[in-house]
Design a protein around this ligand. Structure first.
Ligand SMILES: NC(=O)c1ccc[n+]([C@@H]2O[C@H](COP(=O)([O-])OP(=O)(O)OC[C@H]3O[C@@H](n4cnc5c(N)ncnc54)[C@H](OP(=O)(O)O)[C@@H]3O)[C@@H](O)[C@H]2O)c1
Length: 228
């Protein structure tokens, strides 16, 4: 049980931007529950380092969300902040954009966060005011990169999902979006191409470091200081 400390859930919090967010929230005093899908070793290591907990979660399997919510309630008793960090960014040029490839992206980047929010709502609302749900968008999604069209479309929808939830959720639940720019290249992304992108217009948009993203998450996490 986490007790009276505020509890934050960070999806995909084992590595990269998610790990920076998890560390920053722990420094801020949150008890951090981070989720992992395949990175169990890294997830447990970060959790141990920050005195939090690591729990498996596959966002493409919404049938597991109710059980997941039950586990959080039993083990941690409360939830104050939900950070939707996990996403996938697979290269899907038009020839590869099969129904399965499309669904894989939207299942994790959009449907999962929506349905997970829904499943965790009772725990978020449990007797407390001022809880938050925060999404990670993408400051460059409107570029509609042809090699990543399903990803860009899924991330373009994220701020609209947040806007819709702002209307649909009870007033005590704040909803926000943080928009990273080009922060970290995906695995095996050609280094030269990344440098060229970072040197261009896309490189100047949004938040550009994991620590910068984490600071934006903290601004949202501090009640009363966030202007959507
Ligand atoms: N990197 C950038 O420059 C950049 C730019 C703009 C926006 N963003 C956004 O910022 C966020 C973090 O970016 P990132 O590059 O750090 O992310 P990432 O490394 O690509 O992915 C974060 C985590 O998502 C988890 N994940 C993938 N599929 C999942 C599934 N089916 N269920 C549950 N978790 C799953 C993975 O967990 P496991 O490792 O445990 O499998 C992964 O470690 C994302 O929302 C991304 O779209 C990033």
């Amino acid at each position: 049980m986490a007790g009276p400390r505020r509890v934050a859930l960070v999806t995909g919090g084992a590595l990269r931007i998610g790990a920076a967010i998890s560390r920053a929230l722990a420094r801020e005093g949150y008890f951090v529950v981070l989720t992992y899908r395949s990175s169990s070793v890294a997830g447990r290591a970060v959790a141990a380092e920050i005195g939090g907990s690591a729990v498996p979660l596959d966002l493409s399997r919404p049938s597991t969300f109710r059980r997941f919510a039950g586990r959080l309630e039993r083990e941690f008793g409360r939830l104050d902040l939900l950070v939707h960090n996990a996403a996938i960014f697979p290269r899907t040029p038009i020839d590869d954009a099969t129904p399965a490839a499309w669904d894989a992206v939207f299942d994790v980047n959009l449907r999962g966060p929506f349905l997970l929010t829904r499943a965790l709502l009772p725990l978020l609302r449990k007797g407390r005011r001022d809880v938050g749900v925060l999404f990670l968008g993408d400051a460059n999604a409107f570029e509609l990169w042809p090699g990543y069209l399903p990803y860009c479309l899924s991330k373009l929808a994220v701020p609209r999902l947040a806007a819709g939830l702002r209307k649909a959720l009870p007033p005590g639940v704040r909803v926000g979006v943080v928009r990273p720019g080009l922060v970290l290249p995906p695995d095996r992304f050609p280094a030269k191409r990344w440098e060229r992108l970072r040197a261009g217009k896309a490189g100047r948009r949004g938040i550009r470091t994991p620590e910068g993203v984490a600071r934006a998450v903290l601004r949202f996490a501090r009640p009363g200081t966030y202007n959507p």
